[in-house]
Design a protein around this ligand. Structure first.
Ligand code: NI
Length: 445
């Protein structure tokens, strides 16, 4: 092969550019060895957590389980962060940046339908009802993976160029309504991204119908913002045989439902990013011949861009108010914002992609946009962040496996070691590149 000046320069540049990852790679072999060694515990921890799930903001036993292990690894975890959250800081033996790794801890009010020796039989009270509790979104695996990552990294902490913060977060699925701010947002309010200040943050989520061990990612907008809206139409009650004596809220609300369909189809530039407006509840009336006084609509809005999100909110309000006023009804529109768009920092994503490809060669794929939401977003608004999915469905089941949140949600545990290697390598490669930058700055002076 002919080498010309240009390619020689490229080679030289890429040597400089990879000064960090090379440092990371010297630890990559170590990470592989230690990840393999921790595998039996990883699986045992996951099964224990799976069998003992706890609802959002109720993760007290989960927190104790985490704390015991972190202490055994020589860490000094802080407890009670955002109610039941746990945070531990691992200060490496060499100077460098600070990276945060996050796992969510909570389970769902779902009655487990999977036939497993460690299936959950737990029950709890949820919004006044007795419910089954299940790790139907795989947060049990996230906790086990992050514990195993902590186990791996603590074993060579003297060689780590920087600091790793382990964040075990409660209430990702949302706290009970009367408990106010929760989860990631509350952890941040309580200072989890400060002292030491976090420079970058990584998280992963297990995802059904992605093949076991495959990692999917997306640069920029990835998961949707999810907002809940409620529209209360007040008409005038009357007998069903004499509608002219009243104002029918069912007809008004029906027109609102129809017109809401025009927001996405007529007003959103769908060549850029999609959006969704869905009505999930329509409540009104009690009897065939009584026109009721009120009708209530509840729905969800999913968007991938803050401006589109704000525009849709304004249109929902305007449509409801316009239709109600035309019919002589009153209307009240409430829109509750939950999680903003989860958006992966493009520069960080590009920087870490080689790491992911090294962890899962040939199994790193770009994801489509995901219309589900995730509160990892709040960390990403404090520091550049990268959130990825880890496939947990055996290849022959892909496309047929029950989705996350299903009572039949199933995790192929063979994927979990990839999760540990992904988080450990992301942390070390990021820190090594930052440490290399610091060295280069010093050398340049
Ligand atoms: Ni989840």
């Amino acid at each position: 092969m002919r080498i010309n000046f240009r390619s020689a320069a490229v080679v030289l540049m890429s040597c400089l550019a990879t000064a960090g990852p090379v440092a990371g790679q010297t630890l990559a072999g170590e990470i592989d060895k230690l990840s393999a060694a921790v595998q039996p515990e990883l699986i045992a921890w996951r099964r224990h957590l799976h069998q003992n799930p706890e609802l959002s903001n109720r993760e007290t036993e989960t927190a104790k389980f985490i704390v015991e292990r972190l202490r055994a690894f020589g860490l000094e975890p802080q407890t009670g962060v955002a109610k039941t959250g746990v945070v531990a800081v691992l200060k490496g033996g060499r100077p460098g940046p600070v990276v945060a790794l996050r796992a969510d801890m909570d389970a769902l009010p779902v009655h487990e339908g999977v036939d497993l020796p460690f299936a959950s039989k737990a029950t709890a009270e949820y919004e006044g009802n007795k419910v089954g509790v299940m790790h139907a979104c795989g947060h049990d695996t996230h906790v086990a993976i992050l514990l195993a990552t902590a186990r791996v990294l603590t074993q060579f902490k003297d060689r780590i160029p920087g600091t790793v913060k382990f964040i075990f977060q409660p209430a990702e699925e949302g706290a009970p309504l009367d408990e106010g701010m929760a989860g990631a947002e509350l952890m941040i309010k309580e200072g989890v991204m400060q002292s030491p200040k976090v420079d970058a943050t990584f998280g992963l989520h297990v995802f059904a119908n992605v093949p076991t061990g495959t990692i999917t990612y997306r640069s920029g907008p990835f998961m949707a913002a999810a907002d809940q809206f409620e529209i209360l139409v007040t008409g005038k009650q009357t007998h069903g045989s004499a509608p002219w004596r009243g104002v029918d809220p069912i007809v008004v609300a029906s027109q609102i439902v129809s017109s809401l369909q025009t927001i996405v189809s007529r007003s959103v530039d769908i060549t850029r990013l999609p959006a969704i407006v869905s009505v999930g509840q329509f409540q009104s009336g009690v009897r065939n011949n009584i026109i009721p006084e009120t009708a209530r609509l509840v729905g969800t809005i999913r968007t991938f861009d803050d401006d589109v999100q704000n525009d849709i909110h304004a249109r929902v309000k305007r449509i409801a108010e316009g239709i109600a006023s035309g019919a002589g009804a009153k209307v009240e529109v409430k829109i509750h914002r939950t999680y903003p768009v989860t958006s992966n920092d493009p520069k960080l994503t590009a920087q870490m992609l080689p790491t992911l490809e090294r962890v899962a060669p040939g199994k790193v794929k770009e994801s489509e946009l995901i219309t589900g939401a995730e509160d990892f977003t709040f960390y990403q608004r404090q520091a550049p962040g990268l959130f990825v999915f880890l496939g947990i469905t055996p290849p022959e089941q892909v496309g047929k496996a029950p989705a996350n949140h299903s009572p039949l949600f199933f995790v192929d545990e063979a994927a979990l070691p990839t999760g540990v290697r992904a988080l450990a390598n992301l942390a070390i490669d990021y820190l090594s590149s930052g440490a290399a930058k610091t060295d280069a700055t010093k050398a340049g002076r």
